[in-house]
Structures are given as structure tokens and as C-alpha cells.
Design a binder for this molecule. Structure first.
Ligand SMILES: Cc1cc2nc3c(=O)[nH]c(=O)nc-3n(C[C@H](O)[C@H](O)[C@H](O)COP(=O)(O)O)c2cc1C
Length: 194
């Protein structure tokens, strides 16, 4: 029940904070190979079906993808300025490309791809991110798949299997911790001091 509660609250908060062209961003922290943290902005792509799994999209060739394959532990932090709320989502991430056996994830990946502007879709057929270019950009003359085509191979959906949520409402001075020690267990809710 309380899992449903934080999910509903996040969606409601996102709809109330419809600035930034209506795209909510979150800071996604991963663990580097040397144990140090890495953090970057990613767009919140909604929930995986009716679950509490959180979706984001990225390039399978990026450092963050390599970090997730080494250690799946992540934390995503979303601040919603109009309502002064923060959600810290802690859990384990997995990446899903064309070969994912999950039908719904395949559909969600295609839908996310279709929603990308052309200039972003182009990146996924371009040189690998974060590398010093070995050849000029003109060398990358790969056709860019259209919104209705199969997504580029490097385009992957990240799925965060959320295991705890630290919710802070600055206006109300309220903090709640939602936890689920195991995916099969029920969510529990603890009110804590802000
Ligand atoms: C507002 C904003 C939104 C972004 N959204 C995404 C995103 O949804 N997915 C993504 O892979 N990178 C996104 N980026 C770029 C990342 O923040 C990051 O620079 C890039 O993915 C490289 O990260 P990495 O080297 O840690 O893999 C976004 C950047 C900004 C500033």
C-alpha cells in the first residue's frame, strides 16, 4: 500500500511541476570501478507499467552503462522546485536493449525512442560518448532510425528496481522513508524527522 503511495505522490508532484518543458530530471548516482561515486542528470521516463520500477534512457556505450554492469546499485534524486519536494530513490538498475525478453520493456523502449527529437536520436548512431574522437564527425554517416523505426542498438532503457524512497517535503517540514527490503515483501513507511 505505501509503495503505491509514494508512486502516486511522485506522479502527482511531477504533474504539479510542469516547468522545464514538462520533462522532470533526476540526478542518477552510480558507483565507479574504483568505488568512487559518479553522478549525472537523466530524464525521468516514468514507471515500468504499473510497478514502482523507474525508467530512464541512456546509451549502452556510456560510462554509466559500464558502471551499472559492474555494480547495479544506484540512487536517483529528483527535486521538484514548485512544490519543494525531493525524492531519493535507492535500488538496483538494469539496462534493457532490443534483446530484452520483457515484452512491456520492449514496448516502453520503442515508445521512449519515438518521443526523442531527431538531434538526440542522432547521438545513438554517432561516436561512442565520452571518447576522444578518433575520426571527424563526418566519418559517422550512419542512417539515424526514425521515430517509428526500431531504436538504435545503443539506445537502452534503464530500469531502477526501487527498494527505498526517502521523501522530503520542505514546505511541510515532513520526511518519510518507504522501504521494501526484498522485491517480494510489502513496502513499509516510517515517518522521520526532516
Ligand atoms: C538536463 C539534462 C538531461 C539529460 N538527460 C539524459 C538522459 O536522459 N540520459 C542520458 O544518458 N544522459 C542524459 N544527459 C547527459 C548526462 O547528464 C551525462 O552528461 C551523459 O549521459 C554522460 O554521462 P556518463 O559519462 O556518466 O555516462 C542529460 C543532461 C542534462 C544536462
Amino acid at each position: 500500500m505505501s509503495g503505491v503511495q509514494w508512486r502516486g505522490r511522485l506522479l502527482e508532484s511531477v504533474s504539479k511541476n510542469n516547468n522545464y518543458d514538462k520533462i522532470p530530471y533526476m540526478q542518477l548516482a552510480t558507483v565507479r570501478g574504483d568505488g568512487r561515486p559518479a553522478n549525472r542528470s537523466v530524464a525521468f521516463q516514468g514507471f515500468h507499467g504499473g510497478t514502482t520500477g523507474v525508467l530512464f534512457q541512456t546509451d549502452s556505450r556510456s560510462p554509466k552503462a559500464a558502471e551499472i554492469s559492474l555494480s547495479s546499485w544506484v540512487e536517483a534524486c529528483m527535486y521538484l522546485p514548485d512544490t519543494q519536494e525531493q525524492f531519493r530513490l535507492h535500488g538496483q538498475a538494469s539496462l534493457h536493449g532490443a534483446d530484452t525478453p520483457n515484452d512491456l520493456l520492449r514496448q516502453e523502449r520503442c515508445r521512449a525512442w519515438a518521443g526523442l527529437p531527431h538531434e538526440i536520436r542522432e547521438w545513438f548512431s554517432g561516436p561512442p560518448p565520452s571518447q576522444i574522437p578518433k575520426s571527424p564527425p563526418e566519418a559517422f554517416h550512419h542512417a539515424v532510425p526514425g521515430p517509428k523505426d526500431s531504436p538504435a542498438d545503443s539506445f537502452v532503457l534503464g530500469l531502477i528496481d526501487v527498494m527505498s524512497v526517502d521523501y522530503l517535503d520542505l514546505q511541510q517540514g515532513r520526511r518519510q522513508l518507504f522501504t521494501r527490503p526484498h522485491p517480494d515483501e510489502r513496502w513499509s513507511l516510517t515517518e522521520t524527522c526532516a
